[in-house]
Design a protein around this ligand. Structure first.
Ligand code: ADP
Length: 548
């Protein structure tokens, strides 16, 4: 801009210089020409007076300053101070002569061949009808610049230098306030009021941009907060598989150290399954692919992003489905176990009943067979009861209403209900500790304590003892059931909380176990955000704590 201002002002200066020089030359020249004709007129008048007084002899002693020609009224040259008059052409057709003959005086001028000289003629009509012409030759208007060239050149150079300096200074002065305009904080205090609308507009646009940036960063923060708090991984890719957006979980699940280490899904370190899934989505197909990753199973779900009918990218969810898979496996195992556990007593019942129906059971054995059928059906009922209880603790089951439950009195009630069975085997039951209230589901807590105490009696030695202790620590409430029973072999201790797991299957069945008691305890504890701890020494006894 500064240069343009400089260039334009310099050009204006140059034009003004040229025009003013030409006008000055023209004015000077015109003034000069007027002076020439005035001189010629006064000289002509002097000669005419001399002629009128002395006649043609006047020319004899006269030394004219300029060329003098005396012409008869028919155009014949009577006298010429420079040339021989007899050799000269008729002058009637000359402009100045014919004008003088008509109006009393006339003038004309003509250039020399080189245009550097100009001859000026002035003709005056004498009283006798002849015409006197005085001519002079002067430098033409074209000669003046040539003769003044060095001076003109100096003037031009000096003027151009001055013009350049002033133009440059002016250009800088004009552009300075514009250059100094603070675009981030445009202020109306600018020297140019003409810029006020522009400054206003700039300020408005700055505010709009500022607002939009704030809104964008808010959205970005919201988006990051949502995606970064997702346990699922999230990847947004463009149609060249370049990663546009990702969250922390995605990088963790893909074992990428940071976002920068994975910029494109076609990189070498990207799992092949993920690339396959992304390619399918970019081809317009929603795809789901699973892959093993160490002990885990990772699942990719990719969906194409379509804009104006074109696939412009894809959204990929990365999920750790290990738990889901494990749950599925457990569910499958559980179904298989349930079927098996139900089938065994049912087969026995059906076998006994069939024998009785066929009359193959001697009358004295009928009561024994009926007793077996009764035992098997009791086991079946117990099993179904436990399955129902366990399924009630599933995550998908409706939540129970929590209430305040006092564990000490609850344990006391349960021990009292079990006392007849314990007494039969000479097992002492004791409750120690203190009153402890927790928020929980009475029914579940009751089943947990019942199962622990029931096991402590079932797997106890005759004459043994069971101690239930309820106590509070600073941060926990602990319920512990200790028995002096057969104990659990070390190899089985980690598995006794699994569904249908029994240390000694036949013994457990014999004493009416379903294999679900400790499982109910474990799930009940989980339901109450509690944990279980088992300590057992084979042959000495078992101690199981639930720490709330
Ligand atoms: P069950 O219905 O067979 O008792 P549980 O789930 O309650 O099933 O217990 C699983 C297994 O753990 C039992 O079969 C038993 O072998 C063992 N067990 C549980 N509690 C005790 C205990 N107090 N003393 C010794 N063994 C126990």
């Amino acid at each position: 801009m500064t240069f343009r201002i400089f260039r334009n002002s310099f050009c204006i200066g140059l034009c003004v210089l040229v025009v003013s020089t030409l006008l000055s030359i023209a004015t000077l020249y015109s003034h000069n020409v007027e002076q020439v004709y005035s001189d010629l007129a006064s000289e002509a008048e002097g000669i005419v007076q001399g002629l009128e007084l002395s006649g043609e002899v006047y020319f004899t002693g006269y030394h004219p300053r300029n060329r003098v020609t005396h012409i008869a009224s028919d155009g014949t040259v009577l006298y010429d101070s420079v040339a021989d008059a007899s050799t000269m052409d008729n002058h009637l057709d000359r402009q100045e002569i014919s004008d003088a003959l008509q109006t009393g005086h006339g003038q004309s001028a003509h250039y020399s061949h080189t245009l550097t000289q100009k001859t000026h003629n002035y003709a005056l009509l004498c009283a006798d009808g002849t015409v006197l012409r005085v001519s002079c030759t002067a430098d033409s208007v074209f000669k003046i610049p040539v003769s003044m060239l060095p001076t003109i050149l100096w003037v031009i150079i000096l003027t151009l230098a001055l013009s350049a300096a002033l133009s440059s200074r002016m250009a800088r002065q004009i552009s300075r306030p514009i250059n100094e305009l603070d675009l981030d904080h445009p202020d109306l205090s600018t020297e140019y009021k003409e810029l006020a609308p522009l400054v206003d507009r700039l300020r408005e646009q700055n505010l709009t941009i500022h607002r939009q940036i704030e809104e964008l960063s808010l959205r970005q923060r919201e988006f990051s907060a949502i995606t970064d708090n997702m346990s699922e991984g999230f990847l947004l890719i463009d149609n060249r598989a370049g990663i546009l957006s990702s969250n922390t979980s995605a990088m963790q699940l893909l074992n990428a150290p940071d976002k920068d280490s994975l910029r494109n899904l076609r990189q070498l370190n990207c799992p092949e399954e993920l690339t396959r899934c992304a390619n399918a989505a970019l081809a317009g197909r929603r795809t789901e692919v699973t892959m093993p990753s160490g002990d885990h199973t990772i699942c990719f779900i990719a969906s194409p992003v379509v804009s104006s009918g074109q696939v412009t990218g894809a959204v990929i969810m990365v999920m750790d489905i290990t738990e889901r898979e494990q749950r599925e496996t457990l569910r499958r195992e559980f179904s298989a176990n349930v079927s098996h556990e139900l089938k065994t007593p049912l087969t026995s019942i059906s076998g006994f009943a069939e024998l009785m129906k066929a009359g193959m059971v001697p009358p004295d054995k009928v009561s024994e067979f009926a007793g077996d059928i009764y035992d098997e059906s009791r086991r079946l009922i117990a099993l179904v009861d436990d399955i129902i209880k366990l399924s009630g603790l599933d995550e998908d089951s409706p939540a129970f209403e929590p209430e305040s439950v006092e564990l000490y009195s609850l344990s006391s009630e349960i021990l009292e209900s079990l006392r007849p069975i314990a007494d039969k085997r000479g097992i002492s039951l004791r409750l120690t500790g203190e009153s402890a209230e927790i928020k929980g589901v009475r029914q579940i807590l009751s089943e947990m304590i019942y199962n622990l105490c029931d096991n402590a009696i079932k797997y106890n030695n005759d004459g043994g003892s069971v101690v239930v202790n309820v106590r509070r620590s600073d941060s926990n409430t602990i319920l512990n059931v200790t028995d002096t029973g057969i104990g659990i072999p070390y190899a089985h201790q980690a598995r006794v909380f699994e569904r249908f797991y029994r240390v000694d299957k036949s013994h457990s069945k014999e004493i009416g176990g379903t294999g679900l008691g400790l499982s109910i305890v474990k799930h009940g504890a989980q339901y109450h955000n509690a944990r279980t701890e088992l300590k057992s020494e084979p042959g000495k006894g078992t101690s199981i704590s639930v720490i709330f």
